[in-house]
Ligand binder design. Structure first.
Ligand SMILES: *[C@@H]1O[C@H](CO)[C@@H](O)[C@H](O)[C@H]1NC(C)=O
Ligand SMILES: *[C@@H]1O[C@H](CO)[C@@H](O)[C@H](O)[C@H]1NC(C)=O
Length: 259
């Protein structure tokens, strides 16, 4: 049993400052995890601003979607999608969605920051994909308890997959994660394929651990009412994946017996 922080800790309060954070120089809120209105941000696995227009199209296409249009990106922005990183859109346009004005991103403006239709399609940016069906890989769970799995489980997961799950139970509750099955390509530092767990509303703060191999991780109990799980697979070798259960726990003091 792996209990995070003191058991007597007062319930963790999600403040606005904790819901926004920098990662690789990009200011994110956590809504990008939720594939707002079918739109999500992708960068190359090599990092930020590495995709030509053609590659960006391929990234979205690989996942069964397409590059988002300016209108789709704006619709997502209106419901809170904010990412400070320029990405390719449909027809070779480049832009990014800004919800919250900031001096270091979006020139203090709010809206889709539009770099226009690029003449040079070899420029390298990130990508904004649109795919209403993409929910299978990741998603938002708000039920009191649930079992969920890596994509395709118990069959092997696919190469080049990125999934984000966001668990949010009632305010004042905590989350207990319990692994039922676990088999992710093993390597010493889990560089190829891995599952990462964050005790927070995003994948920036509250890092708990990175897991691979075929040993069942111990149960994990959150400090607050939100948790984020991120699963990545690379371009070779896959394995069976994982199945896990989470349960919302009422008080911080009682830990339910193993299900
Ligand atoms: C197009 O962009 C690429 C990448 O930035 C650059 O290497 C290339 O010189 C540009 N081509 C033209 C014609 O400007
Ligand atoms: C948690 O509290 C709610 C409301 O008080 C109650 O309905 C629910 O049954 C409790 N859940 C558990 C697991 O004790």
């Amino acid at each position: 049993m792996h209990v995070l922080h003191a058991v007597f800790a007062v319930a963790f309060v999600l403040k606005e400052t904790e819901a926004w954070g920098y990662k690789n120089g990009i200011l994110h809120n956590s809504i990008w995890l939720e594939q707002a209105a079918g739109v999500y941000h992708r960068e190359s696995r090599k990092g930020r601003y590495q995709l030509t227009y053609r590659e960006a199209k391929a990234v979205c296409g690989f996942e069964g979607g397409a590059l988002a249009t300016h209108r789709q990106l704006d619709a997502a922005r209106i419901i809170g999608f904010h990412v400070c990183a320029a990405g390719w859109l449909d027809k070779g346009r480049v832009g990014y969605p800004i919800v919250k004005p900031g001096t270091n991103c979006g020139f203090g403006k709010v809206g889709v920051i539009d770099y226009g239709y690029r003449l040079n399609k070899s420029e390298r940016w990130d990508a904004y994909c649109y795919n209403l069906e993409a929910k299978e890989c990741g998603g938002v769970h708000t039920d009191q308890q649930k079992v969920f799995t890596s994509p395709g489980f118990p069959d092997n997961y696919q190469d080049e997959q990125t999934c984000n799950w966001h668990i949010r139970v009632r305010y004042g509750q905590r989350i207990r994660l319990h692994f039922l099955e676990f088999d992710i390509e093993d390597d010493t530092s889990c560089l190829s394929d891995y599952l990462e767990i964050f005790d927070s509303y995003d994948d920036i703060s509250g890092f708990v651990g990175r897991y691979c191999g075929d040993e069942l991780p111990e149960d994990i109990i959150s400090t607050g009412n939100v948790m984020t799980l991120k699963f990545l697979s690379d371009s070779s070798v896959t394995a069976g994946g994982f199945q896990l259960q989470y349960i919302a726990m009422n008080s911080s003091l009682t830990i339910p017996a193993d299900p």
